[in-house]
Design a protein around this ligand. Structure first.
Ligand SMILES: [Zn+2]
Length: 232
């Protein structure tokens, strides 16, 4: 499965543009994707001409190795029962195959070395429709299945956010450019991009004309460090 692909969008305003959409989101390898998810800009194409947002409803794999979250995320919470059942059935097959393969590998390892007593069996995928809080508690239990199926972008965001330490949560800083002309706006964006790369943060612009705002976002701790530096 490819990690991401470039897709072309035709906006209602007549502009055609390309945007990167992720099929696999591994936030351990690409931590900036975690903050794009929290900021609502992951798998969202934004028209460079009119700023219209087009949210992708294609499912993706979300993997956070460090926090132990492995999820199949279906952005559309409104998926019909039949669609859900088909999807879960397909996932169960894929999962059973994967578990079968790891059981074989483990069996080979056990054959070559003694296993400590009381080691739990590999958990199997179960179908659940729960709230993020319940998913979280299940996820913290060692017997919980390692792969979760999540319907809805907000549900995934809530679950991901609940796994973060306070200082890791999303922080934002607005660089307002009210009344600025196009040249000044460009200058503010380039300053924001420089600061962001220095502090390993990300930049997003919002609004047009008088409402134009540049957002710098990322882990709260780093945003606070940046804000403290800017006040000096
Ligand atoms: Zn447009």
């Amino acid at each position: 499965m490819p990690r991401s692909s470039t897709m072309t969008y035709a906006c209602e305003c007549g502009t055609t543009f390309a945007s990167t959409m992720y099929q696999t989101v591994n936030v351990t390898l690409e931590p900036q994707l975690l903050y794009r998810l929290l900021a609502g800009s992951l798998n969202v194409a934004v028209c460079p001409n009119c700023g219209r947002r087009i949210e992708s409803d294609l499912p993706f794999i979300y993997h956070d190795m460090r926090r132990g979250l492995f999820a199949y995320a279906h952005p559309n919470a409104e998926a019909g029962d039949e669609e859900r059942d088909q999807l879960l059935e397909r996932l169960r097959e894929v999962y059973d195959e994967a578990v079968g393969a790891s059981e074989r590998i483990l069996a080979e390892e056990r054959a070559s070395q003694p296993t400590p007593p009381g080691q739990p069996d590999i958990p199997r995928l179960t179908v659940r429709r729960r709230s993020p809080a319940e998913d979280l508690s299940a996820q913290l239990e060692p017997s919980a299945p390692p792969m979760q199926v999540i319907f809805g972008r907000e549900q995934l965001v809530a679950l991901v956010d609940s796994l973060l330490e306070p200082e890791e949560r999303l922080g934002r800083l607005a660089l307002s450019a009210r009344g600025a002309g196009p040249a000044q706006r460009e200058r503010i964006v380039s300053i924001a991009e420089r600061l962001a790369s220095q502090f390993d943060l990300q930049v997003e612009t919002e609004g047009e004309g008088a409402d134009f705002t540049v957002w710098v976002y990322g882990p709260r701790e780093r945003i606070e460090t940046l804000a403290a530096q800017m006040r000096q």
